[in-house]
Design a protein around this ligand. Structure first.
Ligand code: AMP
Ligand code: MG
Length: 326
């Protein structure tokens, strides 16, 4: 069985093709890079509308399959930016109708976890999902993926990107700050905001920008932001693992590519006799393969959707999905 998945919740539109063994046959994408300011939902949607059809063709080329061989069309149903979600859903519906294949809407956050389970040895991990818009600690419990902790304001990636932008650095800022942090050495005082199982980053952003105004170097700030923010994330992830008596931690989302975050979470895992898993970078960021793989499993688990049920949901919660495939 072959599934084609289309991702398009935010800045990235991606198309992936996977088979029933979670072999990724194609995973192509294109990312909006605004020249100035943040991501404008309508502009991103226009970008996705232009890019999606060529990407579908490219994915089929890379996979070496004809679109007629696709058995299932999956798409990111939410959460995300409304115009982007609607654009990608429209493309998925058109493809499913023209191929006469079933269509499945997939929860984006669940897909980050499922692709990690699919391509690593992790079986039942606690997922630390760290991306631009989302920051959540997720694990499977009583038939659903439950959110054990999350950001109370902005996503970690969003915080990094915004800080970078205010310092005149291009988007996406996360990987640039990772490099700059290697030249930083002074740990500056930044708020450590952990509330129970939740975290908050907007105070840290404000404080870092204020320090910058008073002459702190970008290198030291990048270093300090990483040390403090990643420590916060490691703490809540460890607590979730302790509560659940779980010995696997999986990283997902674009920020999971960060070597310092991997080092901190990896160290925490070793200290408690647990194991950390990190999917390859192209499967950490927003991508179509994770949507295809999750859609394929949902289909195998008996999920069927009418066209009316493919309506998008900007606030689609992780724990709304009944996980029938595990
Ligand atoms: P996603 O939303 O999952 O596609 O991930 C995009 C986010 O990941 C953006 O906010 C990027 O700045 C961030 N990101 C990507 N690579 C890195 C990195 N090496 N370190 C920190 N953040 C990163
Ligand atoms: Mg994501």
């Amino acid at each position: 069985m072959l599934a084609l998945g289309i991702e398009g919740t935010a800045h990235t539109v991606g198309v992936g093709i996977v088979d029933e063994g979670c072999r990724v046959l194609a995973n192509v994408y294109d990312m909006v890079k605004p020249e100035k300011g943040g991501i404008h939902p309508r502009e991103a949607a226009n970008h996705h509308a232009e890019a999606v059809v060529p990407l579908i063709r490219k994915a089929a080329d890379v996979a070496g399959v004809d679109l007629a061989e696709i058995d299932l069309v999956a798409f990111s149903q939410g959460p995300g930016l409304g115009p982007c979600l609607r654009t990608v859903a429209t493309a998925a519906r058109a493809l499913a109708l023209s191929l006469r294949r079933p269509i499945v809407g997939v929860n984006h956050c669940v897909a980050h976890l499922e692709i990690g389970r699919g391509v690593t040895e992790a079986k039942d991990p606690v997922l630390l999902y760290v991306s631009g818009g989302n920051t959540q600690v997720i694990a499977f419990a009583r038939g659903r993926y439950r959110v054990f902790g999350e950001t109370l304001d902005i996503g970690i990636g969003n915080m990094l990107d915004k800080f970078a932008r205010e310092c005149g650095l291009p988007f996406p800022g996360g990987p640039i700050l990772e490099k700059r942090a290697q030249d930083g050495s002074k740990l500056l005082r930044l708020p450590y905001s952990v509330k129970g199982m939740d975290v908050a980053f907007s105070g840290m952003l404000t404080a870092a920008l204020a320090l910058r105004k008073h002459g702190a170097s970008i290198d030291d700030l990048a270093y300090s932001i990483q040390e403090v923010a990643f420590a916060m994330l490691t703490e809540v992830t460890e607590r979730a693992m302790a509560h659940l008596d779980n010995e696997e931690v999986l990283l997902g989302g674009g920020v999971a590519r960060n070597a310092r975050l991997q080092e901190m979470v990896g160290r925490m895992a070793v200290d408690r006799g647990a194991q950390m898993f990190v999917p390859p970078g192209d499967l950490c960021i927003d991508n179509g393969a994770m949507i295809a793989w999750t859609g394929l499993q949902m289909h195998r688990g008996g999920v069927r959707m009418s066209m009316a049920e493919t309506i998008v949901d900007q606030r689609f919660r992780t724990d709304e999905v009944r996980v029938t495939w595990r």
